[in-house]
Design a binder for this molecule. Structure first.
Ligand code: SAM
Ligand code: SF4
Length: 370
């Protein structure tokens, strides 16, 4: 696998981080050979089968969304702490042997990492992996959509919270709406990446006057628009319950302005979103309501942070280290044991709605990988 540097030339200099232009070293100790492949499905102590792995490949970002990161950014991981691509591929392969069927690459902003398409190419060859997807802010998609499609990416989520230039700038602290919309258009030229989903974080006193424009977009374009409730995962710690605009409230606005929405039956019991179609059949809207309608009971997800820690819940306060044992020469079976142990201890549910019981996660969203 090569680590060809990504052409960041169209990224304005003030968005660039010089450290990201450096190829990441892959010179860690080679794994010890182990007999046979790891096996044994990942089932937690509540009987939930874990089939979805979110892999963060960087904690850095070129945006500063107010609900996620402070204006000045965060203390970034040093490159020696970040998993190399060969390390990520190895852990993903072990996870797939343990029953993971869906891998989603995220960050930080995953498109900032040089050679992303190479990583996608490697992962897409894992047998038994049913879905390989990416969550991105969309800024670099005009350049990357083609290479990612060619490399085997099958699904994508583009985060976009406002269709108004001023408000987009206000929320992301970057004047980049047109660039993101152009990236979405470019995706339309690559139908092997499907569906194209837009994720918008819903915040009271911000999102209400976006709802109609996003609904029109979902009816005019081949994009599935999904509203996500604002969660207490912002690095600034400014989340307040009053700022959560619920999926139910947004659905009411849409139905008042347009027509009834009819439910789209889900094929996937672990899906985070409930899906709706406009009654005339034109356009789909989804709602991800982790605050007003928690879906922890059917959660099938775990996360791997950019520095190689397993997190079993967005709101985890504990992590399980894969990086140190891997770099010390652990076998695939030993690493599989760490996956099993983490999953055995997966939290039953988040406690956002349990007042004093709620404890903030040990890291914020961009450091976890949403
Ligand atoms: N940078 C990429 C992006 O924005 O799509 C990937 C990483 S970002 C952390 C993943 C998702 O988390 C995005 O859809 C973002 O909107 C969402 N997110 C970040 N902070 C959030 C919060 N406090 N509540 C709800 N969603 C949040
Ligand atoms: Fe960056 Fe994504 Fe967080 Fe926005 S939500 S600051 S794009 S990581």
């Amino acid at each position: 696998m090569t680590t060809a540097p990504l052409n960041l030339l169209d990224l304005p200099a003030r968005f660039r981080n010089p450290a990201l232009d450096e190829p990441v070293s892959s010179s860690w100790p080679a794994p010890r050979a182990a007999a046979g492949r790891p096996s044994g499905e990942l089932v937690d102590s509540f009987g939930r089968r874990i089939e979805d792995l979110r892999i963060s490949i960087t904690d850095r970002c070129n945006f500063r969304c107010t609900y996620c990161m402070p204006e000045e950014g965060l203390k970034w991981l040093t490159s020696d702490r970040v998993l190399t691509y060969p390390e990520i591929v190895r852990l993903a392969r072990i996870a797939v042997d343990l029953g993971i069927r869906e891998v989603r690459l995220t960050g930080g902003e995953p498109t900032l990492r040089p050679g992303l398409a190479d990583l996608v190419g490697e992962l897409s060859e894992l047998p038994r992996l049913a879905s390989l997807s990416l969550t991105t802010n969309g800024f670099l998609l005009t350049k990357l959509a083609g290479p990612l499609a060619a490399a085997g990416l099958t699904r994508i989520n583009v985060s976009l919270d406002s269709l108004q230039h001023e408000k987009f700038h206000q929320i992301t602290r970057r004047p980049a709406l047109d660039k993101v919309l152009a990236g979405l258009e470019e995706l339309e030229n690559h139908p092997s990446i499907s569906p194209i989903k837009i994720n918008a974080v819903a915040m009271r006193h911000f999102s209400e006057d976006e709802v109609v424009a996003f609904a029109k977009l979902a009816r005019r374009k081949p994009y599935v628009v999904r509203w996500i409730e604002f969660m207490p995962l912002d690095a600034d710690g400014n989340w307040e319950r009053d700022r959560v605009l619920t999926g139910g409230e947004i659905k009411e606005i849409i139905e008042r302005q347009f027509m009834p929405l009819v439910p789209v039956p889900s094929q996937d019991p672990s899906s985070t979103s409930n899906r709706w179609r406009f009654a005339d059949g034109l356009g789909e809207i989804g709602f991800i309501n982790p605050v007003s309608e928690p879906f922890c009971g059917t959660c099938n997800r775990i996360r791997l942070t950019a520095d190689g820690q397993i997190r079993t819940c967005l709101f985890s306060v504990e992590e399980y280290d894969l990086r140190a044992p891997m770099r010390a020469g652990a076998t695939d079976h030993e690493l599989a044991d760490i996956f099993h142990n983490a999953v055995a201890n997966k939290e039953k549910k988040h406690k956002i709605n349990e007042g004093e019981q709620f404890q903030r996660a040990s890291r914020s969203m961009s450091q976890i990988g949403g």
